[in-house]
Structure formats: C-alpha cells, structure tokens
Design a protein around this ligand. Sequence first.
Ligand code: UD1
Length: 443
Amino acid sequence: MSHITICGTSPLSGEISVQRAKNSVLPILAATLLHRGSSRITHCPRLGDVEAAADILRHLGCKVHREGQDLLVDAASLTTQTIPPALMGRCRASILFLGALLARCGEASVGFPGGCPLGPRPIDLHLHALRTLGAECRQQEGMLHYRTTGLRGQEITLPFPSVGATENAMLAATAAEGITLISNAAREPEIVDLQDFLQKLGADVRGAGTSVICIRGGRSLHDAVHCCIADRIVAATYLCAAAACGGQITLRNTDYRHLCPILTALQQGGCTIRSTEDTVTLCREAPLRAAGTVRTAPYPAFPTDAQPLLMAAMLRAEGETTFIETMFTHRYGHVPPLRKMGADIRLAGCRATVRGTATLHGDIVHAPDLRGGAALMIAALAAEGTTEIRDIHHILRGYENPVETFGALGACIYEGNCKGGDTHGTTQPLQSQTAAGRLFPAV
Ligand code: UD1
C-alpha cells in the first residue's frame, strides 16, 4: 500500500473491535526472551513495529510464527546476544531487548533504538537502571556493549517516570538476585500489562500501576499465554474521528478507565459518551466545541500520543483549543500538513493554539510520524474533497487495517486511489441506534 485516499465529511457510524495495544505487545515480546521456552500472545496485531520486534527475536535465534491471530515465540535457545543497528533502528521499543538479553545471557551488544522523530529521545534512564542493577557498559562504534557477572537487586530511582526505562528495569530485575524496587516508576496501563505477563511466566513482580514496583528476582519461569490490553491510543483515534465527523460509534474491547482524560476532553467538546465494562460509545450530533487547554504529561494525565489526534478533531470546533506538549520537543510534525489542509494553528514553543475553522479542504499530505499520520486521517475524514496521505508506513507501524476499520464505520477511504466516490460500509441513521452503558464519567 503506497498511500491512502480519503473523501471527507461523511458522519461515522457503527461498531468496531479495538486492536490490542502495540505498546503492550512490544515489551511483552522482549519479555519472552526471559524464559527458555514458549509464549503465546493471543490476538497479536499485525503491525510494522510488531514485525520489527519479531525479526529481532528471530535474529537472536528464537522461533517466531503466527497461528491465526496468535503469535508464538519459542525462546528455548538463543544463537547470539548481538542486535545490529539496522534491526535496532526499526522501532523505539528495540531498546527493551537490552534489559531482557542481560537478564537471560548476562551480556548484550545492541545498536541504538529508532522510533518516531519526536525530538531527542535519550536512553540515559534505561542505562542508569541497568547500571544500578550491576551491568557494566562500554560504548564503541555506535554499539552499546553490556556485561554483568550477575545482576543484583537494588533500589532504582528514576528521575522521570519513563515508560521504556521502567520496562527495561522490570525485565532485567526478574533475573537479579534479591529485591529490586523501582521508584518513580511509570504508571501506564501497558506497565501493568507487562507485569501481568511476567507474573504468568512465574516472575514475582508487584506494584505496577503505582509509582513503586517491587521485583523479587531469580524465580524459575514457565510457558505462558497472554492477551494484551486494548490499544487506548487506537481507541482514541476512532473516538476523535467520530468527534470530528459527527455520528455515533461504539468501540468494543475497550477499557474506558484507560481513556479518562481523552473522554473528558471530548465531552467538553460536546460529545456524549457512554461506557460499559468493555465498550465505549461516542455520539456527536451538535457542532463540536473547543476542548479548552490540554496539557500532555505521564499517565494518568492526557497522553502525548493522543495530542495529534485531539488536535485534528478540534480543527473545525467552535472556539480555541490550546495544547501544551510537555513530553516531546518536536511533537508538532502534523501541524504543517494540517495547515496545508486549511487548519488555523499557531505554534509558540511547546504551545499550539487551534482556532476552529468552518472548513478544511483535501490535499496531498505526508504522514510525519505514527500518530501525526493518524491525525491526518482524522482531518481528511472531516475535510471537503479528497485527501491523499503518503508515507503511510508510519501509520501501519501502529494501526492494523486502518482502511478496513474506518470503512466499517462508513468512511469513504481507500488504499491507493479513490474509486469514483464509492463508499465503504453502510451509514446507519443515528436514530436507529441505541447506545448501551452508563454516561461517562461512570459512577
Ligand atoms: C513510550 C511509548 C510512546 C509514548 C511515550 C510517552 C512505547 C513503545 N512507546 O515511549 O508511544 O509516546 O511512552 O508516553 O511504549 N527520556 C529521557 N531519558 C530516557 C528515557 C526517556 O530523557 O532514558 C524522556 C524522553 O525523551 C521523553 C520522556 O522521557 O521526553 C518520556 O519518554 P518515555 O516515557 O521513556 O517514552 P518511551 O518509553 O520512549
């Protein structure tokens, strides 16, 4: 697929199932290395980043194959502890294989990780955590060489609750002798999911979801089967699209508790939201209103990954929405292509102010990164005329079948060129649908 074509302004309607979380699957694939046996990840999404992680596992000597929707990893024997720069550069989460390899083999040589171009993305906190556990590091010719004579449990205090550094520390600590305490740990739901998988392997890990994680290392591990949590950022993408286009959609396999700040912002914009234990329904009939001021910060605050998505939804809202991006210095790559489509966005450092305009128009635009590309899809769905989105490999790193999924919601979206104004899916009248569940916030 070279590009996506979208003909905008149809309301969205229908019910879809949300894919499993990329940011859970990737650390869990790294964690499969800890056990000299098999792991089955059920409902594993087909994504560019998952392929990259699977290729790293294969390179290390694991057997990785698909069985229907499941991904099976047999890590019984490894043939190398080195991951070359070309493989490491394919995604950011590749750095998690460092902690897992150290735990499994006591040594690892890896290149530097890749990932979206969101500004400088240092790995000092990862390296600090691994050094604290007793690993020695040498950097030579673009490679990190790590070695340990035995990891030992320690207290690791992270200066910032980095998601990746927390995960790397958890992976390495499962093999460390004694108790490791990770303080100021990240609290994202994907960290809790990693803990769940580690517990299924037999590891003694507690506290994920709070700021202190406790790991009693050295337990013997066994085979495990795991189904990851739903992807809250993918869920946010479809909700923001429905807010932008109007209509009513229901997401299945979705946990509203992971989406609170996004749901609050959309409600402020005039959307009605209902939730059950595992569904979220969004309905937007009246014109969308601005969401006020949105500041990104670590979980449970508004996620940086959803900032481009909400911004795209707010392009046609009545009033001004201000975004303050505190996590990444260059997370406004979607602004130039959105402006090309007619968006009124002023940038000043980490602050972006969106003034809603009556219309957006289709154009040829390039996805700048994963979530920036998703923002272009949302804007295109709400824009008059046809938009061609190029460089969609960024989008396919994190979205499974976006064309089919938006098509199932009645969007006019195609792989390649538009086929004469045909629409995918059927748009049901709003009156015919009854939303299940309680109004958000659920009490
Ligand atoms: C993860 C997510 C990514 C999300 C981000 C923040 C995965 C695969 N990716 O990325 O989608 O946008 O969390 O929610 O789960 N930092 C340092 N030194 C470090 C590590 C991080 O300074 O060693 C800084 C980063 O530059 C950034 C901030 O900490 O400014 C947050 O980064 P972090 O939480 O580590 O994000 P990732 O794990 O890379």
